[in-house]
Design a protein around this ligand. Structure first.
Ligand code: NAI
Length: 253
């Protein structure tokens, strides 16, 4: 089960955290991986790691905010590996900005990266997937996406962007439901990555968060990657429009 041999995946934000762990997991299951992110040195290291394990990978310098980079990432993936089956829309940024101090630029930076870019990466990828009537689009949302009682003060632009990702996931799932493309989201809880490194340096905040998480720990990127592999697999063929909260029990408590 969950074999991805012959499949081709594009992972955005692959240079660290959830993107990196997911790229390794998808490669481990046999997929060829196109790694799209801005930090080329980190991508090259990951390419070498995947190749050393017997896999195939390609680094594509990409800023997801630039349409030409997005077009290039998809075109290079197809030119190199012949097709595109799996998209992990993962590149994102966090932000702590108090509501009364929020600027238009601060709002745009987060929403454009976490939501607008997800849409245009998905749109570009879907055009390729439709050629084979097969696709798996996986969007990384958050427990802060709304609807599950996890609002967070001081991060309204982030919460709004992730809420948009869940809504977009449901809409795209409906749009492509009869065309072989599934679209799902994952809503991680707090995960140990570069994004949350500063939180872990703030003892009071960190302690408060751990107290709120039923499992009393942050998750690991690999624990998100496992769900990415499932959603990418043939076995997930009847799963679409869903959001999976992988959060140590946070949204259930
Ligand atoms: P991370 O900071 O390690 O990874 C984010 C990646 O996206 C980085 O490699 C970064 O360089 C890349 N990125 C950001 N803007 C980009 C751009 N314009 N173009 C290309 N790449 C860009 O953090 P993490 O945690 O792995 O984040 C991955 C996703 O998971 C994000 O969408 C984040 O919002 C989401 N998430 C993370 C949680 C956590 O607790 N770590 C919780 C819920 C969601």
């Amino acid at each position: 089960m969950f074999t991805l041999t012959g499949k081709v995946a594009l992972v955005t934000g692959a240079s660290s955290g959830i993107g990196r762990a997911s790229a390794l997991a998808l490669a481990h299951q046999g997929a060829k991986i196109a790694l799209a992110a801005r930090r080329v040195d980190k991508l090259e290291t990951l390419v070498a790691e995947i190749q050393a394990a017997g896999g195939e990978a390609l680094a594509i310098p990409t800023d997801v905010l630039k349409q030409e980079d997005v077009q290039n990432a998809v075109a290079k993936t197809v030119a190199t590996f012949g097709r595109l089956d799996i998209l992990l829309n993962n590149a994102g940024i966090g932000s702590i900005e108090q509501t009364l101090d929020m600027t238009s630029d601060g709002w745009d930076k987060v929403v454009n990266t976490n939501l607008k870019a997800y849409f245009f990466v998905a749109q570009t990828a879907a055009k390729e997937m439709l050629k084979n009537k097969f696709g798996r689009i996986i969007n990384i949302a958050s427990i802060l996406s709304g609807g599950v009682g996890s609002g967070m003060a001081g991060a309204i632009n982030y919460c709004a962007s992730k809420g948009g990702v869940v809504a977009m996931t449901e809409g795209l799932a409906d749009e492509f439901a009869t065309q072989g493309i599934t679209v799902n989201a994952i809503g991680p809880g707090f995960i140990e990555t570069e994004m949350t490194a500063s939180v872990q340096q703030m003892p009071d905040l960190y302690k408060g968060l751990l107290a709120r998480i039923p499992m009393k720990r942050f998750g690991k990127a690999e624990e998100i990657a496992a769900t990415v592999v499932y959603l990418a697999s043939d076995e997930a063929s009847y799963t679409t429009g869903a959001t999976f909260y992988i959060d140590g029990g946070w949204t259930a408590s």
